[in-house]
Design a binder for this molecule. Structure first.
Ligand code: C5P
Length: 469
């Protein structure tokens, strides 16, 4: 496929918006999302050579907020991988971070201060003894007036200087003067990385509390070279930065949760099944939100076409009976959130072989039997979790039906939503729910499914704290 001339800027506004939403949902940049879409199209076209697999780490949709408003001091040292740092700057700024750049002398041989300055929208600091810069900010303020320092790429030389406490240029002086967390992303020739001297420095720096990301194994920019030495992917660097900077409260730390999500497929024969329109988006977002709040989460997912959430253990099943067995095996736990649209019925005695259409014969008929109710079973179980949350997807009498479910299924809370086709909730990205509890009903505004998930996660944390007290 010829993609050389395709740029996101030239796409139609609605396509761009769609791409933006997809990228945000999958924790990718827009360019990476487009690359993945194109790669998957390419893979469908068997007449073309397969592209190398695109392994882009994903971010939890909730975690980008950690970077919002943060001041990052980015040191760029000399290496061919410096070109990737330009992308890092854009992705950081996209997430609301302010990036103040320092470039070493040799970095300027690979990329220009002009590009770095344009992308950071800040002054590019290069000289230790620049009278202008020293009067403006000064190296000590540079080292201190930030939330963290990232060195990407860091060369073997700058690592050696750091490990030995040398300060002979602006970058090494700032690194010596700082009291902020420092993350370094090495990139160098594999022989240089494996050299005993470098490895001694790596050990020293780790002991000094310096955070590392990479290097990764793979092909090097120099032709014919491969091994460990590649700069980590932009998103891996960002994920590590979020890890280091994240000081948000984790109210569910030490708690265990199970979440069911997606539809179930109930076989008619080996190739046909009964299913429903559930996308799994809401259940997966809830699993991610609970994990983000510190819980250890097992997600029992029916067949869906969305990526696994980050930081969650995913168990894939097809049928309602498998979903129940898995849920019961995972008891005891502290929290159960049953979001799956479990098929109410399954075909009694599904056929072992594909049912054939035969001329002159009447159409087949199927007996349906009721599926086990997972929420109800867990809600009344001897090992019932401290907090059991169910969903009610209704097209009429929303609150009455949800209230009846609350009692019948032994839940503490039912999240009720109107899934009439005109609401676009089933399969869509937004949701409007009411929280039906034993103490009344709370109507939430129209929100993204991610926002519903995080708000529900926080409510669950609060309720659980009340139970435990
Ligand atoms: O009865 P209804 O299907 O409307 O109940 C919805 C709630 O019950 C959801 O939380 C759903 O995940 C759960 N449920 C279940 N097992 C079933 C049917 C529904 O866990 N067989």
């Amino acid at each position: 496929m010829h993609v050389a001339s395709l740029t996101i800027r030239n796409l139609d506004e609605d396509i761009k918006q769609n791409l933006r939403e997809r990228a945000a949902q999958n924790g990718h940049s827009m360019e990476e999302e487009m690359r993945l879409i194109l790669a998957s199209l390419d893979q469908q076209d068997t007449s073309l050579p397969k592209p190398a697999s695109v392994d882009v780490p994903r971010l939890n949709p909730f975690s980008s907020e950690v970077l919002d408003g943060k001041q990052i001091l980015l040191i760029i040292s000399g290496g061919i991988a410096a070109y990737k740092t330009l992308d890092l700057i854009r992705r950081l700024r996209e997430r609301g971070a302010k990036v103040r750049p320092i470039m070493t002398q040799s970095a300027q041989e690979f990329i220009t201060p002009l590009s770095v300055g344009a992308l950071t929208a800040d002054h590019v600091y290069t000289e230790l003894f620049s009278r202008e810069d020293e009067q403006d900010v000064g190296h000590i303020r540079l080292a201190r007036e930030c939330d963290m320092i990232v060195v990407a790429p860091i060369t073997a030389n700058l690592m050696a200087k750091m490990a030995h406490g040398r300060a002979d240029d602006l970058a090494s002086t700032v690194l010596l003067a700082t009291d902020k967390p420092v993350l370094i992303a090495p990139a160098m020739n594999p022989h240089m990385w494996h050299n005993k001297a470098t490895q001694r420095n790596v050990k020293t720096l780790r002991e000094d509390g310096i955070h590392f990301i990479g290097p990764e194994a793979g092909e090097m920019a120099e032709s014919g070279e491969a091994g460990k030495g590649r700069l980590s992917e932009t998103m891996s660097i960002i994920a590590k930065m979020i890890d280091i900077l994240d000081d948000r409260p984790k109210p569910l730390l030490g708690k265990t949760a199970i979440v069911t999500s997606g539809p179930t497929h109930e076989p008619i024969d080996p190739v046909r099944y009964i299913a429903n329109r559930s996308s799994g988006k809401q259940g997966h977002a809830i699993a991610a939100a609970l994990a983000e709040l510190g819980a250890s989460v097992k997600l029992i997912s029916g067949p869906v076409n969305i990526p696994d959430p980050v930081g969650v253990d995913v168990i894939k099943i097809e049928r309602a009976e498998e979903m129940l067995d898995t849920a019961l095996q995972l008891l005891p736990c502290d929290i159960a959130v049953m979001v799956a649209a479990v098929a109410d019925w399954r075909v009694a005695g599904a056929a072992g072989e594909k049912i054939k259409k035969k001329k002159g014969q009447s159409v087949p008929t199927f007996d349906l039997v009721e599926n086990p109710d997972i929420l109800k079973t867990v809600g009344h179980h001897a090992k019932r979790p401290a907090l059991v949350v169910g969903f009610a997807a209704e097209t009429q009498n929303l609150i009455d039906n949800a209230t009846a479910k609350l009692k019948r299924k032994g839940a503490d809370m039912i999240v009720a939503n109107d899934v009439s086709p005109e609401t676009g909730i089933m399969g869509g990205d937004r949701n409007r729910v009411r929280i039906v509890g034993h103490d009344g009903v709370d109507a939430w505004p129209d929100l993204s499914k991610d926002d519903v998930a995080m708000r529900l996660g926080k409510l669950i944390s609060q309720k659980l704290a009340e139970i435990v007290v």
